[in-house]
Design a protein around this ligand. Structure first.
Ligand code: A3P
Length: 292
């Protein structure tokens, strides 16, 4: 891959961002939400693609099931994206006639356009434990030229702890959205670890939040399609045809496990990480599992 093509991080209202997610900022902030829009929000590498595919199957299977060529990022558009040669996310969303619109975002809670709150839109936030996030994010940034150069693992881990990666501090992201959940009733907070442990139970809770009641047969079919092994071989979601990613370095559907961090952290790194974690999360009631 050509490292010269990689974007640079810069400070954007206190959050490290790149031009790919900020160039269209006025349109993002002025975005007009529709009351039935559903946001799928997360810090990068938390399982957003997994949830997006579940949501697409819940809402659009009937109409789009046969449109095999539509990739997940064409089914669930990313609000803040302004990728080279593609229409900005806001423009693609404005043109969408389907209802509800499923909208992906990695924005920290205070960046979400006001209109979504004014319209009382439903929001699903998926969170994942920090140790697996940093491993997944490192491998992802190694393989995609859409993100800044990750450098070596040790320095990457430190930049994660300092909140200096794209979309900012994981600690602030999850804590911010969690705090918002306490006062905003239309926010369904999910954990990647729960989804791994009991996908069916989490699907049931999600359907109950959305007011959907699919048949047992439909649910079984969704559960089959969203299994990691199935998604890994499905070009709708595995990003295999995306030319900004180099699968020789790492696949997009990489491991899909809880606890892979143990294969990457040294004992010393783990101790330092735990210390920083305790300090950063001391005011949050949010609890994560790093193994199941
Ligand atoms: P790993 O790199 O740890 O494997 P996002 O979609 O937010 O970028 O998150 C990507 C992470 O979710 C990757 O984690 C990916 O493998 C995992 N993932 C995607 N689909 C999954 C599934 N069906 N089951 C388990 N993990 C899944």
């Amino acid at each position: 891959m050509d490292s010269r093509n990689r974007p640079e991080l810069f400070d954007f209202h206190g959050v490290p961002m790149t031009r790919e997610y900020t160039e269209n900022w006025v349109d993002v902030q002025n975005f007009k939400a529709r009351p039935d829009d559903i946001i799928i929000a997360s810090y990068p590498k938390s399982g957003n693609t997994w949830l997006s595919y579940i949501m697409d199957l819940l809402y659009n299977e009937e109409t789009r099931g046969r449109e095999k060529s539509l990739k997940i990022f064409q089914r669930v558009h990313m609000l803040e994206s302004t990728f080279h040669l593609l229409e900005p996310g806001t423009e693609m969303l404005n043109k969408l006639l389907i209802s509800p619109r499923l909208i992906k975002t990695h924005l920290p809670v205070h960046f979400l356009p006001k209109s979504f709150w004014d319209q009382n839109c439903r929001i699903i936030y998926v969170a994942r434990n920090a140790k697996d996030i940093v491993v997944s994010y490192f491998n992802f940034e190694r393989m995609t030229i859409l993100h800044p150069e990750p450098g070596d693992w040790s320095s990457y881990l430190h930049r994660f702890m300092e909140g200096k990666l794209l979309f900012g501090s994981w600690y602030d992201h999850v804590s911010g959205w969690w705090r918002r959940k306490q006062t905003y009733p239309h926010l369904h907070f999910m954990f990647y670890e729960d989804l791994i442990e009991d996908t069916k139970g989490e699907l049931d809770k999600l359907c109950s939040f959305l007011g959907l009641s699919p048949s047992d047969e439909d649910k079984e079919e969704i559960l089959h399609k969203v299994h990691f092994d199935e998604m890994k071989k499905n070009e709708v979601v595995n990003h295999a045809t995306v030319d900004t990613m180099d699968f020789k370095i790492s696949p997009f559907m990489r491991k899909g496990k809880v606890g892979d961090w143990k294969n990457h952290f040294t004992v010393a790194q783990n101790e330092e990480f735990d210390k920083v974690y305790k300090e950063k999360m001391k005011n949050s009631t949010l609890c994560f599992r790093t193994e199941i």
